[in-house]
Design a protein around this ligand. Sequence first.
Ligand code: NCD
Length: 317
Amino acid sequence: MSKNNLQLDENGKLKHFLGIEGLNLPVLTEILDTAESFTSVTERTVKKVPILRGKTVANLFFEPSTRTRSTFELAAQRLSADVLTLNLNTSATSKGESLLDTIRNIEAMQIDMFVIRHQDSGSAHFFAQHVKPGVSVLNAGDGQHEHPTQAMLDMFTIRHFKKDFSQLRVAIIGDIAHSRVARSQIHALNILGAAEVRVIAPKTLLPVGIESLGVHLYNNLEQGLKDVDVVIMLRLQKERMRGALLPSEKEYFNLFGLTQERLNCANPDAIVMHPGPANRGVEIESSVMDGPQSVILQQVTFGIAVRMAVMSMTVGR
Ligand code: NCD
């Protein structure tokens, strides 16, 4: 079965949310529009709607996470679901239980939706292939493959500040090779029709064949930032690097760190984004992170509404 079929039902509606690749403009637009309607809920004094009342959501985190785990949890709670969050990197699987046995056991607790983060690429698809019909799987990051809700909250942030994708030049900077976020963002920007997507990185941090996704490559930050409207910084994912891909963090900052001076090469009203966690002084200067062009904390807030949207679309079909 193709990745596309696994995510969409016969009416083209979202059944699981596993990756941006293979999705289409109507689905992405529906996610953004639904999230828009949920932003007002998250601003109310009583931040709840009954859409997932009586449903149970299990957050299965096989890798550490702060933002993603807590915003998925809050999203489910604000939709009135019962929520179970399991940090499985310290649990059953480390005692040798197979992923399939873990699925079966948790499913026996009558779960309606799984949110899964796992170190292996393809794990969310594997889950979706093995859950019972009617149960939804949302990918909260699988290995170096995709992180679709992060990409959609990034798209929501871009649309909020810049309105029209068709005029936008977007630069994604840093450790592209190890980034599931970059992969999902590139697919999303292509589907939403961004005018140009650039990736800026040292050659050692660019994955082979990335040009096939239609992006323009730059190895020089100043040149790559010229005329850009959206600047997306990525963390150096040292835990995923095998061998020495960089001389040192200091050297990396000297060449690829976002300083205010370098940011001035982009359009004056460019926004600066980062999925977090950010390493101040490694990929981004502290003053830029806290500066007027940074929308990094808005991304976190929007993440709740976007995750509410995806949850309501998959369970509420
Ligand atoms: C990202 C992830 O885990 O892929 N973070 C996140 O979800 N907010 C990026 C990262 O870890 O650098």
